[in-house]
Write a protein of this length. Structure first.
Length: 144
């Protein structure tokens, strides 16, 4: 699959995978200088490009395990969604879960992008849903 990408900054680092089998493409911070993220706050981190995701797919923006476990940084919305009709800049809202100010360095990998298919559905209102073994039992009802 080809994804068109438009450079918005001369210093942008395009998405890349860490290995041939990696599902995620690293998203890097396009910064002129280090960016401070105070404890408990969110900062918008530019990537320096926009992309055109094909119809029937979306871009899922997920945390990178290294930056989340070592620095306590993650996408503020936990998993971001880039729709196929969005053509604006790719930006990662990065939240600092730690109790310490954190720095993001220019070119640092801040999140990962995974291109995923989705199904378009039509919701149909009904008076009754079909019966299942689980029924209406909610959170924690299927085991410990």
């Amino acid at each position: 699959m080809k994804i068109e990408i438009k450079r918005l900054s001369k210093t942008a680092v395009f998405p890349s995978r860490g290995s041939a089998q990696a599902a995620g493409y690293d998203l890097c911070a396009d910064l002129k200088e280090p960016l401070s993220i105070p404890a408990g706050e969110t900062v918008m981190v530019e990537t320096g490009y926009s992309i055109a995701i094909p119809d029937g797919y979306f871009g899922g923006v997920f945390a990178r395990s290294g930056i989340s476990t070592k620095k306590g940084l993650r996408p503020a919305n936990c998993t971001g969604v880039i729709d196929s009709d969005y053509r604006g800049p790719v930006v990662v809202p990065l939240y600092n879960d730690s109790d310490t100010e954190r720095l993001i360095m220019p070119g640092e990998r801040v999140a990962q992008l995974i291109i995923l298919p989705y199904l378009s559905v039509d919701f149909c209102e009904v008076e009754q849903l079909d019966e299942t073994e689980r029924g209406e039992n909610g959170f924690g009802s299927t085991g410990r």
